[in-house]
Design a protein around this ligand. Sequence first.
Ligand SMILES: *Cc1c(COP(=O)(O)O)cnc(C)c1O
Length: 379
Amino acid sequence: MKRSNTIIPQSNPKAGYLAHRAEIDRAIKRVMECGWYILGREVEAFEKEFAAYLGVHHAIGVGNGTDALELALRACGVGSGDLVFTVSHTAVATIAAIELVGATPVFVDIDPKTYTMDPNSLAAALVRPLKGSPKAVIPVHLYGQSADMPVILKLAHRYGLKVIEDCAQSHGAMLNGRMTGTWGDIAAFSFYPTKNLGAFGDGGMVATKDTSLAERVRLLQQYGWRKRYISDIPGGNSRLDELQSAILRVKLKYLNKENKRRNKLAAIYTDTFSGHSLVLPASTAREEHVFHQYVIGTAYRDGLKDYLKQNGINTLIHYPVPVHLQPAYKGRIKVVSSLIYTENAAKRILSLPIYPELSEKEVRFVAMKVLEWFVLKKL
Ligand SMILES: *Cc1c(COP(=O)(O)O)cnc(C)c1O
C-alpha cells in the first residue's frame, strides 16, 4: 500500500480552523468591527469562561505560555538566588522562564513510565544541601498527562515550596477527577497553535485560586498599573489579544469533545500496538489523559521515524535533547541528580500524528506502517 502523495502531518492547526470555520470567522469579524483590540470585552469574557472551565477564581490572559510561567514565578516572589525544582524532559520554555526571573533551575528526573516528574527524585533533591533558597517546584503535565500531584504537593508543603503547574500541554487533563491547573498555587497555560486549545498566534493564561497572586499577575502584566499610566510596581507588557481571545472562546466550547476524540484515536494506536515490543503511553485507571501527544518508545526510533517519513507520515520528537544537555545550558546549570531516565527517554521517544481531525483510517494506516517496519527489520 503506497501513499505517494498524501502527507499525514504530526499536528494540524489549520484543520482546527476549518472544523469551526464559520464560527471563528464570525468571531474575527466581530472583533475587527468593534474597533477595540487590546484588553477589552473578549479577553475579559474568555478569562471568565476559562476560569469557570477549570474551576478556579482567576484567569489572566497573557502573551504566551513562557510569559505565563514567568509571571507566575514573579507573582510567587521567585527571583535571583532562588532555586526552582523542575524536569529537564520538557519544552525549553519551562527552564527559560525560571532563568528569566533570575532563579536557578534544579533538575529532577522523570518517571520512565509517565515521562513526568518522579516524586522520589524530587524528594532526593530536596534533602540535598544546595546553594540558593528553595522556593518553588514546577511539575510539567507532559503530553497531556497529569504529573503525580498528590505526592508532589505533599513534598512541596513539607519544604515550604510554591507549586507552579506547567499546563501548556494539559488543557482539560485531570487526575482523580481533578483538573490540572487547580492543584498547585498557580498554573501556566499556552495557547500556541498546536496545543489542545490553540490560538492562531501566540497566547497564554495564568490561572489561580489565590486572589493576591492573581492581583500580582494583573499588575505585572501591564507595567504595574492599577490606574492607567500610573505604575505602582515595575512591570512589563504581556497581554492576550482580543482577536485571539474571541477565537479561543469558540474553541474552548469544543475542547472536551476534542480531547475525547484524541482519546479515541489514542485507543486505536494502543489496541493495534498491544502485544508488540513498543513502549506505550502509561495510563492508570484514575487519570484523564488528553493526549496532547501520543508517544511511543523504541530503541530503533530513528530508523522507524525515517520509514514513516518515506511513507508520508510526519512524526516529531518531544524532545530530542534534554534541556540540561543543550548548548545554552550544558555545564552552566549544575546537575545534582541522576537524570538517567530523562536521558534514556530522549533516545527512544517518538510522537505519532495526533489531532482531533485525524481520521480513524489514517490512525490505522500510521499504526500499520509502524508495525510493518518492525516486520521488515525482523525486530
Ligand atoms: C508550549 C510549551 C510552553 C511554552 O508555551 P509558549 O506559548 O510557546 O511560550 C511551556 N511549557 C511546555 C511544556 C510547553 O509545551
